[in-house]
Design a binder for this molecule. Structure first.
Ligand code: FE
Ligand code: CA
Length: 543
């Protein structure tokens, strides 16, 4: 049996392991070949829903436009959407304040079209230095299932125009929903052709499931070197987001439709778990760092939450798309137990040498897990979607668990969730995942580790927008790998990209889009495969 060998690092070991598997020298583990509204309110402005031309705005006193970081919208409800921007005239100013000191009054405007001749709603909101001059407007009184345009103004300066839309009325029949699933956009290693494709796809939503930024120190040899060292302070994190937002393709995707976001580890620190820093910071120091990171996250996302007041900031929340989808947006980082078996993140884990089951590590925390299981039981929409961070399908080769940071390191928590779904006959559950920089999909079973039990749900995993993939990480020819080794329906290990999902009451269809050359910002982005699930059956078919 293959095991980690002393003196081999994770990369060397994985290379050997996968090579052995590809050569057929390692049997897959018990695969039976199944190839086969939200929480609190944002700091909304005083809004008016009356039309008519806006009053003249006072001169801003700003010599250049403060709209350097784009606009976005998110967390749509049937009558509301959050509008976001952050003001900065000098986005990378060393103190993280974007070159601004005073608070500024920001006018927001919503229109049915992009001429803004007739306003549907408008108002003024304060962009405060305390929150990095970010703006979160909770616009109310909108029409359900309706597309809008929006923009912001400060004095003589006007922002780019964003497109947004509201959710369908609760309980409304919905013919179709189209959205992108995306994650992992390390700015240093590749361009964002995937975001250009998202922006051009005329979607209803983008679900971004983590690693929006990477916190590490700049690599001088990178394609696009981030300034500064590893992020620790609020100024560090603010400027990291601001650097990412210099990319026009990202800004275009952000402005193209409402986003529903959650985070993974790199928004704070690689592989952190609750208040366990993987870099060895004390719990007190890491709590301070996590608060800074969470605040910067709030300041840059169109999220329907009050800003964090400490390192504890619940962000799990639900969303609804009429009778078609109930979304559960999860947080698998803030409450999880440390990775089991001594956090051997630099080595794969042998199940005989480390009893992962006995570790009994928890992924969501008791409160979130209860909220999720109650919500799933009560859900009335056709599709129940878990938008979350790390891969739930078992990626186990014989005795070897490839990555205990995923649900494979938390088997009891996974089994509780899947058994709850089975025991309550909750149909049409779809898990949407990022993190692994590799595309794939599979069927989830009541014993996720062994793939021998009842199928209860399906999982789609998007590859990374830009972050280096598994093939690069282990230096292996991915063409030689058969996804059936892992009991998966489909896998694509080479390319960057995203998933584009089209959902109807009868069918879920996921297109796996790939970027031909991620080092070319103008690269073609094409559909590599389409995988469907029919309503009523947790099974997947490549079409
Ligand atoms: Fe990542
Ligand atoms: Ca991650």
């Amino acid at each position: 049996m293959v095991r980690p060998v002393d003196g081999l690092d994770r990369r060397q070991f994985l290379t050997r392991l996968l090579a052995a598997a590809a050569a057929g020298g390692l049997a897959a583990c018990a695969s039976d070949g199944d190839s086969g509204s939200g929480a609190g309110n944002g700091s909304g402005g005083t809004g008016s829903t009356a039309g008519g031309p806006p009053e003249e705005l006072l001169a801003s006193g700003l010599a250049t436009s403060p709209f350097t970081l784009g606009v976005s919208s998110g967390d749509p409800l049937p009558d509301s959407v959050i509008l976001w921007t952050r003001l900065a005239v000098d986005p990378l100013a060393a103190d993280g304040a974007g070159g601004l000191t005073d608070d500024h009054s920001v006018r927001w405007e919503i229109s049915a079209d992009d001429t803004f001749e007739t306003l549907v709603a408008s108002g003024d909101v304060a962009a405060t230095a305390a929150l990095g001059h970010s703006v979160h407007v909770d616009v109310r009184g909108l029409q359900a299932g309706t597309r809008y345009h929006y923009r912001f103004r400060v004095g003589e300066h006007t922002s780019p125009v964003g497109r947004t839309g509201t959710a369908p009325a609760d309980g409304a029949a919905v013919d179709e929903l189209r959205f992108a699933l995306a994650s992992c956009q390390n700015v240093e290693v590749a361009y964002y052709a995937a975001h250009r494709s998202i922006a051009e796809s005329d979607l209803d939503l983008v679900l971004f499931v983590g690693d929006y930024i990477y916190e590490g120190a700049g690599d001088p040899d990178a394609l696009r070197t981030v300034p500064g060292g590893k992020c620790i302070t609020l100024a560090d994190y603010r400027n990291r987001y601001a650097f990412y937002h210099q990319d026009d393709d990202l800004l275009a995707a952000r402005a193209s439709c409402p986003w529903i976001v959650t985070w993974d580890d790199h928004e704070v620190e690689n592989n952190y778990a609750d208040l366990d820093s993987q870099a060895g910071a004390s719990a007190d120091d890491f709590a301070e760092q996590r608060f800074a990171a969470y605040q910067a996250y709030y300041e840059h996302q169109p999220i329907r939450l009050d800003p964090p007041e400490s390192a504890d900031w619940p962000i799990h929340r639900s969303a609804r798309w009429g009778q078609l989808v109930d979304f559960f947006v999860l947080d698998g980082r803030q409450y999880r137990d440390d990775q089991p078996c001594g956090s051997p993140l630099d080595a794969v884990v042998s199940r005989t040498e480390c009893d992962i089951e006995a570790a009994g590590a928890d992924m969501l925390g008791a409160e979130q897990e209860q909220w999720l299981t109650d919500g799933l039981r009560a859900a009335t929409a056709t599709w129940k979607v878990l938008a979350q961070q790390t891969v739930m399908s078992a990626l186990i080769l014989g005795d070897i668990v490839l990555n205990v940071d995923q649900w494979d390191g938390y088997p009891q928590a996974r089994r509780r969730l899947l058994e709850h779904i089975a025991a309550n006959d909750i149909g049409d559950v779809v898990v949407l995942t990022g993190d692994i920089h590799t595309a794939g999909c599979g069927v989830l079973r009541t014993d996720g580790a062994e793939s021998v039990a009842e199928p209860v749900a399906v999982e789609f995993v998007c590859t990374s927008i830009s972050s280096n993939g598994l093939a690069t990480a282990v230096g292996l020819d991915p063409n030689t790998l058969d996804p059936a080794i892992f009991g998966l329906t489909y896998a694509e290990l080479i390319h960057r990209g995203y998933c584009r999902c089209t959902i109807t009451p009868e069918r879920w269809s996921t297109e796996f889009l790939i970027v031909e050359d991620a080092t070319d910002p103008d690269s073609d982005v094409t559909v590599a495969a389409t995988v469907v699930a029919e309503q009523g059956t947790p099974a997947l078919t490549v079409v």
